[in-house]
Ligand binder design. Sequence first.
Ligand SMILES: [Cu+2]
Length: 576
Amino acid sequence: MRASALAFALITLINIPDLAAAVYMPATLKYDRMIAQGPTTRQPGRMAKSLLLKTRISSATATSSGSAVTATYDSSIFTLNSSFVITDVPSRHGRYASVRSTQLTPAPDGYERTLYAVNGQFPGPLIEANEGDTVIVHVTNNLAMGQSIHWHGMLMNGTQYMDGVPGFSQCPIPAGGSFTYNFTITNQYGSYWWHSHYGNTVADGLVGGLIVHSVNDPLKLGQDYDEERVLMLADWVDVLSDTVVAELAGGGFDGSRVPPQGDAILVNGISVARINSSCEVPIPPEIQVPVNKRIRFRVLNHGSHLLLRLSIDQHPFQVVEVDDTPVYGPDLHELPIAVGQRYSIVVNTTEGTVGDVFWLRANAAVASFRYVEDGVTPTTQQPTTQAWTDLAAANSECDDLDETNSLTPRVAMYPPESALDTHVLSSAFGTFVNVTGQSNTGFGFNNVSYQNQINDPLLAQVERGQSINSSLIANVAFDGIGGGDIIVNNLDAGIVHPYHLHGRSFFLIQGGSWAVLRIITDTPGVWPLHCHIGWHLAQGKMAAIVVQPDAVERIAQPWDWSNLCAGKDAGAWGPD
Ligand SMILES: [Cu+2]
């Protein structure tokens, strides 16, 4: 154990100077070239809210067979409201949603397990809003544990108390309790999602789409596509997340230190693709589409581990949005999508006639993609189509799309020309000793594996002028407003990590196992930077980015937010 910890420390020391040198040359060159070409022709920087740091995991193989177990769900969750009025006049009373989490026992992949549903649905309700709207979501927690909802991709400028991360930006909503999230969407639009940020209970079903429309969006219904849908993909484990996390912290899950890759792949909450199982499986989920239309799918990977590769037999598609950035993207046969990422693709349904049916694949044949007319299903025949012959092999590198293809933003964006501060976060698997003196294997940043002071949120600590305890979480601070660089260094040979930063977009300079995230430090708060592989996060892979601590001290806590912490044991430890 000691030797292993030392090895990680040595790698850290050796790596950082090399990294700094490697990083700054390309950044400077890129910047010079942009200036030289002038403002009308220079290439905008890439902007993203999640990034994938390379190395690799092996994808699972899956088998499929149709059977009698059916699952039903509300299809409106996956179809955007065609009568939604896109306007720059904010909704007068805000966009209200009510969210009630309860425990159910359905069988999304043919295997019955406990699931946490929202309003009785899995996935939960789709929220649509306009840029400028205030979103008000009343959450009632009927589960036997604390909960929270995070609004993935929302900048939360001035509303950092609504970011929904227990131990960071709030105390958990207690079992039987409620809380109202209230935030205004400013200066952003595109495809987002919401999910629980309590432990890895997002893997138990607490997830849904969040779509922000805007008159400023260059992608327009009627002009670029004829209708739009949400396509939610995920790996799915047949046991509760608590069990997985506890076993990983102990001897390993199913005897393995490697987190589960899923027992099934879900498409819009249903699966036909069970992995390594002879269980009876449901009939494939079905995506019904009209013929001769351009259909925009807002694709989300809400899983806990696998990078999924989406394809539709005989249907190439064009990528038009990356996270929430509209792009001129490539025509693809296959889209790689890591956990937490969103892409919009436009699929032309011009490959056949009514009744034709094709496999939709996400690492395996997982859904029927069926041509229908007026919502009438002409046949229930299962697809017999063949996969594209150029799909990536199951064990191929987990490349992010922008590593292999050119993605040009439709609206030019420019990174800050310089950074006021630069901070390095090196992340690695290792053995860490927690506050109680217990050794655990897990993940850390800068040799610290996150320990969650769940009832004393970091935001409250900074608000009262306290500095964050660096033995509990790696943390860095940007004091002023301007450009800021976060160098993320992935020291784990053989493990891919899709990192996610809350509260801010970043421009990305990437070099394989390291990346420079250039941010604009204009959103005061204490923002999580973490791996979106939920099992890695549960093993401590979380760091804190403090932005403008002085401003944080000046923004008052909402009264109902303070109530979540009132009377709670401030010394309690929560799940990461
Ligand atoms: Cu990870």
